[in-house]
Design a binder for this molecule. Structure first.
Ligand code: ZN
Length: 134
């Protein structure tokens, strides 16, 4: 079951400049910075009520974030829904005609198992499913 919007992912060109911008905007510092080597991305997280904002900066020029920014510019990159059982949801959505970008849940930032859905089948929105690793 989908439980809530866990976070919004925002693609940024310059991680340090964005850190300051969002600290001013949200009135609080990021609580975590984490490099996700498998995605070649550096993430910064802000807690906003029961949801989070995740800033995504490219860790290398061939990272998917660099390609995204090249194509579409900076801005909202994905919406992440928290689920109680990611394998169940992956199965449910696959059977519902959605396309998963991985067959197995991947290890994401912030201690999560994650899976992305292809935006072609989700109204152009890149959707991430995430489940807290206990
Ligand atoms: Zn995310």
């Amino acid at each position: 079951m989908i439980l809530r919007i866990e976070h919004l992912g925002i693609a940024v060109k310059d991680g340090n400049a964005a850190l300051q911008l969002f600290e001013s905007l949200l009135g609080r510092p990021a609580y975590k910075t984490e490099a996700v080597d498998s995605e070649k991305v550096i993430t910064h997280f802000y807690q906003v009520g029961e949801s989070k904002v995740e800033l995504l900066a490219a860790g290398s020029p061939d990272s998917t974030i660099a390609k995204f920014i090249e194509k579409r510019g900076e801005g909202i990159h994905h919406v992440a829904f928290e689920v109680d059982d990611i394998r169940n949801e992956m199965l449910r959505l696959k059977e519902g005609g959605f396309q998963l970008l991985s067959d197995e849940p991947q290890k994401g930032a912030d201690n999560k198992l994650i899976c992305f859905l292809h935006p072609r089948y989700t109204g152009g929105v890149l959707v991430e499913l995430c489940q807290q690793i206990k």
